[in-house]
Design a protein around this ligand. Structure first.
Ligand code: ADP
Length: 374
């Protein structure tokens, strides 16, 4: 928008008319004081400023405007009766563009100047936008790089821990074999196997992440009973965590059309977290129901819970709640994989939680979705 400042109403009207005829949006002020008020309130690309006005003259207005951050990019064209020296005009005004026209105003020249200033304004606005986008991109990449480095360091550590245990058990096994102590051999073998299982799960998760990234995560959908699946999962989880009571609340007798192994992976992930992030508790509930032809499964724990701010990020890749990351081992990819599996089934994941009161991680998927989702 252009602001014309002139104390002579006829000048204001005629300038306004000409500019509006050329599709410029125009505002007017009949004194320096009024102009300053308007500049504070609105944003102008250009101010056409009469130099000789009673009260504040044009130079004083320009000088005052130069202090406003809002008018930093605003250009000024002075209208003066005499051919004023530019260096005199520029006193105090150095932000936006500056020019002058002598009176009586040659409308052709004024229009040329206005158009030039508009073009410069548009170009610099675009440059500022590009610069901002570039800075955002650099910041985003820096963050991603940092997260990746951090992830590699955590992942190496997580992989090394079970590996070191397996190495230890193998050394112990050697000794037990020399002694012919079969009972101890069996015990060590079992322990080594548990650690190998952990290693296997970690590598499987890492492979899943890479499959997701390269679009190679494939699904093998078939009809299965969610009640049967939950029964098996609860049995396995209970064996590994006998101190926990895991109860199924609700039943769905209809068959579900989905990738059973992948849905099992999601539920086990929710349950593992429900147990891991709830030290000192002993109860987990699995809510199951059918809602508008969609299967709902929610895993409720009574553990540490998650603050509202962090809830937004828990399904992001590599995200771990900072306040608790030190106390619990993990890679921050389980929920990311789960969310992707559910999304690819045309479903939704979510969490309801409050700090210190536990969480319910849930998903819902269409009971029979045959369409492929990328
Ligand atoms: P990991 O557990 O390996 O860190 P996840 O992707 O499974 O990775 O979980 C991401 C983060 O979400 C965890 O680091 C933890 O901070 C938080 N979280 C997940 N499940 C729970 C839960 N049941 N209760 C509290 N916090 C949880």
């Amino acid at each position: 928008m252009i602001l014309i400042v002139d104390d002579t109403p006829e000048n204001l009207i005629s300038l306004k008319k000409v500019l509006e005829k050329h599709d410029f949006e125009v505002d007017t002020a009949s004194s320096g004081e009024e102009a300053l008020k308007k500049v504070l309130k609105n944003e102008y690309v250009l101010i056409i400023l009469d130099v000789q006005m009673p009260g504040m003259d044009g130079f004083e207005v320009a000088e005052a405007i130069s202090g406003y951050s809002k008018a930093k990019e605003t250009a000024i064209i002075f209208l003066s009766a005499v051919n004023t020296e530019l260096k005199f005009i520029t006193k105090g005004y150095s932000s936006g563009g500056l020019d002058y026209i002598t009176k009586p105003v040659d409308m052709g020249i004024l229009l040329l100047k206005v158009k030039t200033f508009y073009r410069i304004y548009e170009q610099s606005r675009k440059l500022i936008e590009i610069q901002k986008a570039l800075l955002d991109e650099i910041e985003f990449r820096k963050q991603a790089e940092y997260k990746k480095d951090e992830f590699i360091s955590i992942a190496s550590h997580e992989l090394k821990t079970p590996l070191t245990s397996v190495k230890g058990y193998i050394q112990l096994l050697e000794r037990s074999i020399d002694k012919g102590d079969v009972a101890t051999i069996k015990r060590h073998l079992q322990k080594a196997q548990v650690q190998l299982g952990k290693l296997n799960d970690l590598i499987a998760d890492l492979l899943d992440v890479s499959k997701i990234e390269s679009g190679k995560l494939k699904f093998n959908k078939q009809l299965f009973s969610i009640d049967e699946l939950l029964k098996n999962i609860i049995e396995i989880m209970h064996q590994a965590n006998p101190e926990f009571t895991i109860t199924q609340v609700g039943h769905v007798s209809e068959l579900v059309y989905a990738d059973e192994a992948r849905i099992e992976q999601v539920i086990i992930n929710f349950l593992t977290n429900a147990i891991k992030y709830a030290p000192g508790t002993s109860e987990v509930k699995i809510h199951v129901k059918l809602e508008n032809e969609r299967l709902y499964v929610g895993v409720r724990d009574y553990g540490i819970g998650i603050g509202a701010e962090q809830q937004k990020s828990v399904f992001e890749k590599f995200y771990r709640v900072e306040e608790t990351a030190l106390h619990f081992q993990g890679l921050g990819i389980g929920l990311y994989i789960s969310a992707e599996i559910i999304r690819r089934h045309g479903g939704e994941v979510g969490v309801l939680s409050s700090l210190g009161e536990g969480s319910e991680f849930f998903f819902s998927i269409p009971l029979r979705s045959s369409e492929e989702i990328d």
